[in-house]
Design a protein around this ligand. Structure first.
Ligand code: NAD
Length: 515
């Protein structure tokens, strides 16, 4: 809309007149400029409040969210958090969250490509789907619930308030999607966040945080809602955890990380390792079981912590399940090929045998070779001298103490263990899960068995007759998360996981007036 010079002059004059009259001055201002002033209706002024209009708000940041020192990242984040809760409404938070989602959806290809290139793990096409999932299914402010209690003694509400500045640590397996999912939840709850990302993903994470920074500022939001330490190390992580302005720590990764955050002396949310077992019995729809297991175990080359990692199948169902899996893109390793794959992807510990397998018998100790984590089934097969290109998943028949059962190997090699009874399947599945209480899956139509397995394994996510992905809202109902906090109990995290409960009490409920 363009305003003519004449109209502008009239507006200025009218405002000056009104201000002067409000200040008690008699109007005497001459017409400004060369135009003679024509009287216009006085402009009604709005009361000036401290609350800025969202769209006009801009803050400067030299680092676009990326800072060389922990202290700078945290102090900028703390300043941004104060502004965010003081000057921005709940609707403004929605605008910020939408800006983040739009940016991610328009750069999901680049982010996925960069993540695969930099980390060297995972599958580009699946990473695109992960970016879509976190944008579509991460809840926003609607996740925050206020409880109210009213009665003779008045009204009490319990509201979910922000912690302040959160220090968050992210895994190499879901580098960008954890930042996006955590940021959406944490910002919805009124927090700001400083990330210490996995060092092997710092390039793509810096790119993402810069993009998010620009989109938030362009939408009128404050700078530095999402920041990161430019060169993340274990030292910067310790500094972040010890920083007095960090009010909550959130760690998504392996057991070392969770343990270290829980020792910080601060409130910490720990999302740790999983080794999800699957039970398949003879009552299951075996076509669907095969399809679901292949989908979950091959998605992003098995990098997800919820992904199917070992199968316990009842003897009566085993041949048909394997047949269906082969029919749908899996490849069965024979014993000789299995040995070759084992020597390719595992290192054997030369120290003495250790206990800890499903049967509790002593076994050799193995470690997963990092270079094979998150590689495709075809690449692993090729390197092991198996000439198979169009395969989604390598499967093998093993005993319950096999290292592929015991280790969280994070690659598309899935051991299948035959069991003589359902009870034996449960016992071995519980042992393989190792008390992580993370994720488990069952394919069965026997409700009693579903209940028995769920009670025995006590996982945070328990999926029946679907792929493990359904547990994070991919083909299943419910919201998604990239931070499944089993050890600390928040479960499938969302905005409300990053809040403090505050009680606000109004006493007497107005009885004094009623009399
Ligand atoms: P990782 O534990 O090696 O690294 C995760 C993060 O923690 C990184 O930023 C890393 O720098 C840091 N870190 C690693 N060891 C640490 C220590 N001893 N002290 C402090 N910080 C440490 O894990 P990863 O390889 O990046 O990710 C894979 C692991 O994360 C798997 O075990 C997987 O199951 C788990 N994971 C869990 C969830 C969940 O929601 N529960 C989600 C994704 C991944």
């Amino acid at each position: 809309m363009s305003i003519s010079e004449e109209t502008l002059q009239q507006i200025i004059k009218s405002v000056v007149t009104q201000v002067e009259s409000e200040l008690g001055h008699k109007h005497s201002a001459p017409a400004t400029g060369s135009q003679s002033a024509t009287p216009v209706a006085p402009v009604k002024m709005k009361a000036v409040t401290n609350k800025p209009v969202f769209k006009e708000h801009t803050y400067r940041s030299s680092g676009e969210g990326i800072y060389t020192t922990v202290d700078e990242a945290v102090s900028r984040s703390a300043a941004a958090q104060k502004k965010y809760v003081k000057h921005f409404t709940m609707n403004d938070r929605v605008t910020v969250l939408n800006a983040i989602k739009q940016t991610v959806l328009s750069s999901k290809d680049t982010l996925s490509k960069m993540a695969v290139e930099e980390t060297g793990i995972g599958c580009y096409e699946d990473k695109i789907q992960k970016h879509e999932l976190v944008c579509k299914k991460t809840p926003g402010i609607e996740d925050l619930k206020t409880e109210a209690m009213s009665g003779d003694d008045g009204l009490t509400i319990i509201e979910e308030a922000p912690f302040g500045v959160i220090g968050a640590v992210t895994p190499v397996t879901n580098p960008t999607t954890t930042i996006i999912n955590n940021s959406l939840s944490m910002l919805a709850a009124g927090n700001t966040v400083v990330f210490n990302v996995h060092p092997s993903s710092k390039k793509v994470c810096s790119y993402l945080i810069r993009e998010l920074h620009q989109s938030i500022v362009q939408a009128g939001g404050p700078a530095d809602l999402i920041t990161m330490v430019a060169d993340p190390t274990l030292d910067t992580l310790n500094e972040l955890a010890a920083h007095p302005d960090i009010r909550l720590l959130v760690g998504t990764g392996g057991p070392g990380l969770v343990k270290s955050l829980l020792q910080s002396g601060k409130k910490a949310i720990g999302a740790g390792a999983g080794n999800p077992p699957v039970i398949v019995d003879e009552t299951a729809d075996l076509v669907n079981a095969a399809k679901s297991i292949i989908l979950g175990a091959s998605f992003d080359h098995n990098l997800l912590c919820i992904a199917e990692k070992e199968v316990f199948v009842l003897e009566e169902a085993a041949n048909e399940l394997i047949y269906q899996m082969l029919d749908q893109g899996a490849y069965m390793l024979n014993n000789e090929e299995l040995s070759r794959v084992m020597s390719l992807v595992l290192t054997e510990d030369s120290s003495s045998p250790v206990a800890g397998g499903c049967t509790g018998k002593p076994s050799k100790k193995y470690h997963v070779k990092k270079e094979w984590i998150g590689q495709s089934a075809a690449a692993i097969a090729r390197a092991a001298g198996i000439n198979k290109e169009n395969i989604k998943l390598l499967i093998c028949e093993t005993d319950p103490d096999h290292p592929f059962v015991v280790l969280e190997q994070m690659m598309p090699v899935l051991p299948i263990v035959k069991t003589q009874s359902f009870e034996e399947a449960v016992e071995w599945a519980v042992a393989a899960e190792k008390g992580n209480r993370h994720t488990a899956v069952i394919h069965s139509t026997n409700v009693d068995r579903m209940t028995a397995f769920a009670r025995a394994i006590e996982t945070t996510i328990f999926v029946k007759n679907a792929s493990s992905l359904a547990g994070v809202g991919f083909g299943g109902e419910g919201h998604t998360t990239m931070t499944i906090a089993g050890p600390t109990g928040e479960g499938v995290t969302s905005a409300r996981s990053f809040t403090r409960k505050r009680r606000c009490v109004l006493a007497e409920g107005g009885f004094r007036i009623i009399g």
